[in-house]
Design a protein around this ligand. Structure first.
Ligand code: SAM
Length: 200
């Protein structure tokens, strides 16, 4: 039987050596605590990378619970599938090779809802992901977004061309979750900034 914790440690080292951006320890701790309180039956993740966060999240599912995770990069998605299979978690975690927005739209058509939605992909798409996440939610759904402070650029006066669209979209995301009366939201300066919203 595979040593799950050891495999996760090896994945963390692989991510560091190969410049794969995965959840920072502090953000992961925060999200795992939320998941342990919530004990979700269904999680949707946008941005699988190598499956590191999904494999951590799987420890906190209710019995019989499942994770759908979406990754646009084929090579990365295949590596995630391999890692998930080595952890014998392929019955629990499904990796979808797709654009996040496209897959979310498909889930909307299928009338799927999720207990937790974790947004960790293209920063310029966060507003679109939020709009779709709301359609995939029900009362009590927790929507979590990582990297919302984007290395201090979002709260500071950042206006450089390079990341301007991402910074603008992230600012819009933070304003939208605060203004939406259906959401109870908080933004924490943990890791690269984590936004947590609960659907009322
Ligand atoms: C920050 S990484 C995800 C890290 C992962 N959640 C973890 O903590 O282990 C972001 C991932 O999103 C993927 N991505 C970027 N744009 C995407 C899109 N439009 N749809 C789906 N995935 C996307 C990238 O290829 C990358 O693997």
């Amino acid at each position: 039987m595979i040593d799950y914790a050891k495999k996760l440690e090896e994945m963390k080292i692989y991510a560091k050596e190969n410049y794969v951006p995965i959840l920072q320890d502090s953000s992961l701790e925060l999200i795992e605590t939320i998941l342990e309180i919530k004990k979700p039956y269904s999680i949707l993740e946008i941005g699988t990378a190598i499956g590191y966060s999904a494999l951590h999240f799987a420890k906190h599912l209710k019995n019989g619970g499942k994770i759908d995770t979406v990754e646009i990069n084929e090579e990365t998605a295949n590596l995630a599938k391999k890692n998930i299979s080595e952890c014998e978690a392929e019955d629990i975690i499904t990796v979808h090779l797709s654009d996040g927005e496209k897959k979310m739209n498909e889930f909307v058509i299928e009338k799927r809802t999720f207990d937790v939605i974790f947004i960790d992909a293209a920063k310029g798409q966060y507003m679109k992901y939020l709009e779709l996440a709301l359609q995939l939610s029900k009362t009590g759904t927790v929507i979590i977004a990582d990297n919302v402070l984007f290395k201090g650029r979002v709260l500071g006066g950042y206006n450089e061309h390079k990341h301007r669209t991402a910074v603008t979209r992230l600012r819009e995301y933070l304003a939208a979750i605060k203004e939406n009366e259906k959401l109870e939201s908080t933004v924490l300066d943990v890791g690269d900034g984590v936004a947590i919203s609960v659907v009322k």
